[in-house]
Design a binder for this molecule. Sequence first.
Ligand code: ZN
Length: 188
Amino acid sequence: MTLLPITLIGDKILRRKASAVKEVDVKTIELIRDMFETMRNANGIGLAANQVGADKSIFIIDISVIEGYEELKPMVFINPKITYRSEKKVFIEEGCLSIPDIRAEVERPETIKMDYQDTDLKELTIEAKDLLARLLQHEYDHLQGVLFTDLISDEMKKKLKRNLSNIKQRNIEFQYPVTEHADYQMQL
Ligand code: ZN
């Protein structure tokens, strides 16, 4: 397994809609394994493929470290699609491995339904609420080229401007490997 460098806000690949996965070959399985290693090394609970520079519609989660979710096994979501969003929205604080050291309250639907495929490309559906719904929406957004900082108030954005530019310029200390330059894309 390999630790992969994480792409940061400012990298173009984080702004592109990820390409659909049509086949899960050996390289894809290897990518997923490396994503799990990379996520755990960075103490993350979710990671999308474009966060390691791969243009594929895949994200992974593992929230078994969180109280109340110990039973939930690590999961892989391929070609996910949100099919239902509750009208009721809630504020929950979010962070992101591609935007280190920044956390902000983000308002999103409380409950969602998502269609996705597993590593056998079997069609599955998940219904989620609370933290799980939040995480699935955050990771799904990554694959659409959306970051959580796009969803916060203008006032908050202004406050974070300097921090964001420091991240983009690699001007802070990172706790895990990150890409050296923007526009990094993995050759698959
Ligand atoms: Zn994120």
